[in-house]
Design a protein around this ligand. Structure first.
Ligand code: SF4
Length: 232
């Protein structure tokens, strides 16, 4: 049997976090490829709240968060207070494994499942954003779909949906991906492959430009209009 790159390296392929960037805006994916940005620490806090016991105190959780990321800014203590208040009476989704790497050879993608319960096959995704009024955010639908496609290959089970914990709201939603979601994953992967081959992507129809850190760079990449070139 021929050995594929996957057999040697579980991280070969496209990270689901990169897929989400490209889904938001293919140009963001293009610019992120050229720059590294540190995480803002909120995710680490939410992960600890999600996996902590109901009786764990603020001090205990903050201590663990600091062990995980000694550079975490102390101003994020307020965010931890918000999360703990929101989750005071919220149930925690059960798990037997945390941070399980899952991958799909077929799609050449991999990602990290926050919680997996091998007794029931239940999968949980932990988010550090507030919950929308209903359902889940578009990014999370794509993330959930890609993760479940990976779980089906990695764990040999086919969960219908995934729990999404919106920690700052203390709300848990269950999402079942649709064929449309799977089409979006496949289409976005095609866009990524084109960018990785060196193509600069066109501006999408409704890009999330407000607050985008690449706004200036992005504008400088726009082809200049011919009429502008001949202005005196
Ligand atoms: S400024 Fe708009 S089009 Fe450009 S990368 Fe950001 S979101 Fe995408």
């Amino acid at each position: 049997m021929t050995e594929s790159p996957y057999d040697k390296n579980p991280y070969s392929g496209i990270a689901i976090s990169s897929l989400i960037r490209a889904f938001r805006c293919p140009r963001q994916y293009y610019f992120y490829k050229k720059n590294e940005f540190a995480s803002n620490g909120k995710y680490i806090i939410c992960r600890e709240v999600s996996s902590s016991g109901q009786d764990e105190t603020f001090d205990q959780i903050w201590k663990t968060v600091n062990l995980l990321d000694p550079t975490i800014p102390s101003k994020l203590q307020d965010f931890l207070h918000v999360c703990l208040d929101a989750n005071k009476n919220a149930p925690r989704r059960p798990w037997t494994e945390l941070d399980r790497t899952v991958r799909s050879k077929q799609l050449s993608i991999y990602g990290q499942l926050d919680k997996f319960d091998e007794r029931t096959g239940e999968c949980t995704l932990t988010r550090c954003t507030k919950a929308p009024k209903t359902g889940c955010w578009p990014d999370d639908r794509v993330r959930a779909t890609a993760l479940l496609l990976c779980v089906s290959e990695t764990a040999d089970i086919r969960p219908k949906g995934i729990y999404i914990e919106y920690i700052p709201s203390g709300i848990i939603r269950y999402y079942t991906p649709t064929p449309k979601d799977r089409r979006i994953v496949i289409h976005t992967l095609r866009q990524i492959h084109a960018i990785d081959k060196g193509n600069f992507p066109p501006r999408p129809l409704n890009p999330p430009c407000k607050g985008c850190r690449f706004e200036d760079t992005c504008t400088s990449y726009e082809p200049r209009k011919l009429s502008g070139l001949f202005k005196k």
